[in-house]
Design a protein around this ligand. Structure first.
Ligand SMILES: *[C@@H]1O[C@H](CO)[C@@H](O)[C@H](O)[C@H]1NC(C)=O
Ligand SMILES: *[C@@H]1O[C@H](CO)[C@@H](O)[C@H](O)[C@H]1NC(C)=O
Length: 582
């Protein structure tokens, strides 16, 4: 069947033995494909035992099709995670893909070109691994032996003669933790509902090629059964994603988008999930939309495993501690310039929120005790090594914002304010240890805004000069999901909401809720500069408006004044009929 050649029982037994001894040694090895660990090899019901596919080992006679391009992520100074998907050429993708457990061998190579001469390229890392239908034919390997803060190219081939090969990807390592660097630049994204818009925010900056890395703050894919008004944007499968095959199919369909795949092939991502990777307003034991504990015969726990497992398989993220249930919070020491902590405010430990503003929130946790302790340890280490910028990759709104203009209610229940005791501990820790240059990057909210971080109970805040702020928060709007101000609202009504948002919130310096977009943030030893871009995603296009630029000078913990002009949205202090301040 399918051109596969079975091997003898003796040979299979010998290979099985060899596979049991699988180590980092040369030769094909399931051990190298960390997709089999998805999401945790130490929780057997979550991961695929490598023993299983090895038992079924046979050999494919034909090459591979690299159906979904390449991606890379979580770079360290000497290594990076490389991703692809490798399906046997002669497998019938429509009927046999998910049943097919026969392993295939995939080789990879990472190199640099010599700029000025014709010498063969220099190979830094290469190896072979295997994948199978058990992990949706995804391949995730750690390429090691790389040099810090340099660009590398990579590709995958079949193991036999390299007859079939993947597209070439480009990636970049980070500097060593003690290195002094002049500049590092990130594009920051969240919320990419496929049905609601084109992925211009992924494609346009990838073509401009102005950033080193991508930070993704969650909602990479959505669970909804949602028909699209736009051509070719109705997501498959056309049902709510519940089963493992649903989540895999949804991500796979989305990954074929040319703008997303261009972005993945050219930039390493630091990504985390938010709620929609499983279900709306999810928390550790349920979601905001869950009316029944069991859907399609699947319990919430199983559904969460399905969504998160598909995500682990398809995203180039590291498993920093596969013994720690679903842990994706992790830290990157990007020279002495930036300390980046990526958080999980969603599925690791989040308790259910409630609808009573502020009440009962003292015990409730968003990060959980382990992650909170780890975060404070990161602050400690960052100070010890003298890192300048302390950046948190965070999902939900941290600032205490009066939301009345947006939702009719003051409190945003899905954000940090509904978890006040833990929020206070984070602020206390930052302020008491005098951690400087804290920059919180936030997604989830589908609007652009820039705020100074304040803790008025502890430090008197002067909104005119920014004194008393302890850092800044930059919120990116959605790549494509509808505005946080409401579905398909007009420009004028969004402007009115933005006017009230800045009028009701002194610390919010700018709000813009009409356009989709992203921002590019650049860190240097003297300042942080964030360029916010507004896009229209109703068609596939390359147009963008530089909506605003926000600058924070080092060791000021606030925005630089006077603020620049904004092209879209509303600036704090502009002539504003809703302002009720004196
Ligand atoms: C795959 O299987 C389906 C269903 O049997 C069939 O309709 C289709 O033609 C097959 N495709 C290929 C490429 O063989
Ligand atoms: C929030 O803002 C509204 C005006 O939009 C105001 O009436 C209300 O008192 C404010 N609430 C809080 C808790 O500050």
């Amino acid at each position: 069947m399918f051109g596969r050649v079975s091997i003898s029982a003796t040979a299979a037994a010998a290979m099985l033995l060899a596979a049991d001894l699988v180590t980092a040694a040369a030769g094909p090895a399931f051990g190298r494909n960390i997709a089999f660990d998805s999401p945790s090899i130490n929780h057997p019901f979550l991961a695929v035992p490598r023993r299983g596919p090895v038992d079924r080992r046979t050999v494919y006679a034909s090459g591979l099709q690299f159906t979904h391009g390449v991606a890379s992520g979580d770079p360290y100074a000497d290594s990076v995670i490389l991703w692809t998907r490798a399906v046997p050429l002669d497998v019938n993708e429509t009927t046999h893909l998910y049943e097919d457990r026969t392993p295939v061998c995939v080789a990879w190579e990472v190199w640099q070109d010599y700029a000025c001469d014709d010498r063969p390229r220099k190979v830094f890392s290469s190896g072979k691994t295997e994948t199978s239908g058990d992990v949706d034919f995804t391949v995730k390997v750690e390429a090691t032996g790389l040099l810090p803060f340099q660009t590398f190219y990579y590709k995958f081939t079949d193991c036999d003669e390299g007859r079939t090969e993947s597209p070439t990807g480009r990636t970049k390592t980070i500097p060593e933790s003690e290195a002094w660097i002049d500049k590092v630049t990130f594009a920051v994204y969240s919320c990419a509902n496929f049905a609601e818009g084109f992925y211009n925010a992924y494609g346009t900056p990838a073509r401009k090629d102005k950033m080193d890395y991508v930070i993704f703050l969650g909602d990479y894919s959505y669970e909804y059964q949602e028909p699209s008004f736009l051509p070719g944007r109705t997501p498959m499968p056309f049902k709510e994603t519940v089963q493992l095959v649903d989540y895999r199919t949804r991500i796979a369909m989305q990954r074929l988008d040319p703008d997303l795949s261009l972005n993945h092939a050219n930039f390493p991502w630091f990504s985390v999930w938010d709620d929609h990777e499983v279900a709306n307003n999810g928390w550790k034991d349920g979601s905001g939309d869950e009316t029944a504990m069991i859907k399609e015969g699947v319990t919430w726990d199983q559904r969460k495993h399905n969504g998160l497992r598909a995500h682990f398989e398809w995203m180039p993220i590291r498993q920093v501690d596969s013994d720690d249930y679903f842990r994706i919070w992790r830290n990157f020491k990007i020279g002495k310039l930036v300390d980046l902590s990526m958080l999980d405010t969603r599925y690791y430990a989040r308790d259910k929120g409630d609808d009573i503003p502020g009440a009962a929130s003292t015990k409730r946790t968003m990060l959980g005790a382990n992650q909170e302790k780890w975060l404070f340890d990161q602050f400690d280490q960052s100070q010890k090594r003298g890192a300048i910028w302390n950046v948190l990759g965070n999902q939900v709104q941290f600032s205490n914002m009066n939301e009345t203009a947006v939702s009719g209610e003051a409190l945003y229940y899905d954000g940090w304010m509904d978890y006040q005791a833990q929020r206070n501990r984070v602020m206390d820790n930052i302020i008491d240890r005098k951690l400087m240059n804290t920059v919180i990057l936030t997604g989830d909210y589908h609007a652009l805004w820039a705020a100074e971080l304040t803790y008025p109970e502890k430090m008197k805040y002067n909104h005119e000069n920014g004194n008393g702020a302890f850092g800044i928060e930059l919120a990116t709007t959605a790549v494509s999901s509808y505005s946080g101000y409401g579905i398909l609202k007009s420009l004028e009504s969004c402007q009115k909401i933005s006017q009230r948002v800045v009028a009701d919130n002194d610390q919010v310096k700018w709000a813009e809720g009409y356009y989709r977009g992203y921002f590019v943030v650049e860190f240097t030893p003297s300042e942080m500069k964030a360029d916010f871009f507004s896009l229209d995603v109703g068609t596939r296009n390359d147009k963008e408006i530089l909506a605003a630029t926000w600058v924070s000078e080092v060791n000021t913990n606030k925005f630089k004044r006077p603020f620049g002009e904004v092209k879209t949205g509303v600036l704090q202090g502009e002539l504003n009929p809703w302002a009720h301040r004196s």
